[in-house]
Design a protein around this ligand. Structure first.
Ligand code: GUN
Length: 294
């Protein structure tokens, strides 16, 4: 039976630590850290994610500033909001929930965020620094969360064959870049045009899947004893939440696996808080947060 990588538990531990740390700052007279969360439109899934992020902020003592804008907002107007948040000294982090409505150029918005406030780590300056191994970048939340979770369970990545399924800017690409830093792991990235997905996934010591397709990874596609990290969050017609893997079938074959829900999801949120506190720390003359020191 596989070991369950309990993201919910590890995320709670991180939140408790952050709460104590923030109390230490405020007791010295410093203001609370703050995160601006921008949501455009009324996508139900995005509304749930944003609510969870804001609730987590509140739990640890991060002041969350919520800006909910109408679906039809012109790009120039959204850019003005970002400009205002960039200039506001009381705002440590800025997060614009994705996806954005089709009439808005996502890359224009991401690039407009001050790279030092870019808690998501999506700005080309941060991605470029991640790619070139510069330590002063902000690491995107899901890859950072997966890294912290693996380390918490003492799962080594060094010299391992890691297969990343999914090449998105949010997960697949930055996760691969993080694992390539210091020539840590041998990384294969698969995506929708990969010729023979199973051929690659069967080689993986660590298989990370971030596609958004329920049951994409079946038992015959994984190696005995592999570690599986399932980033997918899919709601089935019967209302059940599942990942991208055949979780039940994999349980008897792999050595460790993340459940959905309760695996990567809570770790993404915890990493968002870590990134926010890390930015705040550096603004106040402290070192970046140790959990971001990879
Ligand atoms: N949409 C899905 N995942 C993310 C994320 O990590 N950050 C933002 N801003 N939007 C998302």
């Amino acid at each position: 039976m596989a070991l369950l990588l309990d993201g919910k538990k590890v995320a709670q531990k991180i939140k408790n630590q952050l709460k104590d740390e923030i109390k230490k700052y405020t007791s010295k007279g410093l203001r609370n850290p703050s995160l601006a969360v921008v949501l455009v439109g009324n996508d139900p899934a995005s509304e749930v994610y944003v609510r969870n992020k804001r609730k987590a902020c509140e739990e640890v003592g991060i002041n969350s500033i919520y800006i909910h804008l109408k679906e039809e907002i012109p790009e120039e107007e959204l850019l003005k909001y970002i400009e205002r948040l960039n200039k506001d000294d009381e705002v440590d982090g800025i997060l614009v929930q994705l996806p954005l409505p089709k009439h808005i150029n996502t890359q224009n918005i991401i690039t407009a965020i001050d790279p030092h406030k870019d808690v998501d780590g999506f700005h080309p300056e941060n991605i470029g620094k991640l790619a070139t191994g510069m330590k002063d970048c902000i690491i995107p939340c899901t890859p950072l969360g997966i890294w912290i979770l693996l380390k918490e369970y003492e799962i080594q990545t060094y010299k391992k064959d890691v297969v990343m399924v999914g090449a998105s800017n949010i997960v697949g690409k930055p996760m691969s870049l993080l694992l390539l830093r210091n020539e840590e792991a041998t990384v294969t990235v698969c995506h929708r045009n990969t010729k023979d997905l199973a051929h690659h996934t069967r080689q993986a010591d660590i298989l990370i899947v971030a596609v958004g397709k329920p049951h994409l990874i079946t038992e015959d596609m994984v190696k005995e004893g592999a570690v599986v990290v399932d980033v997918g969050i899919n709601r089935l017609e019967n209302g059940k939440l599942v990942g991208d893997t055949d979780f039940e079938a994999l349980l008897n074959k792999v050595s460790a696996i993340t459940p959905v829900p309760g695996g990567v999801g809570p770790m993404t949120v915890a990493s968002l808080l870590v990134n926010t506190v890390s930015i705040y720390r550096q603004k106040h003359g402290f070192e970046k947060h140790p959990l971001t020191d990879i």
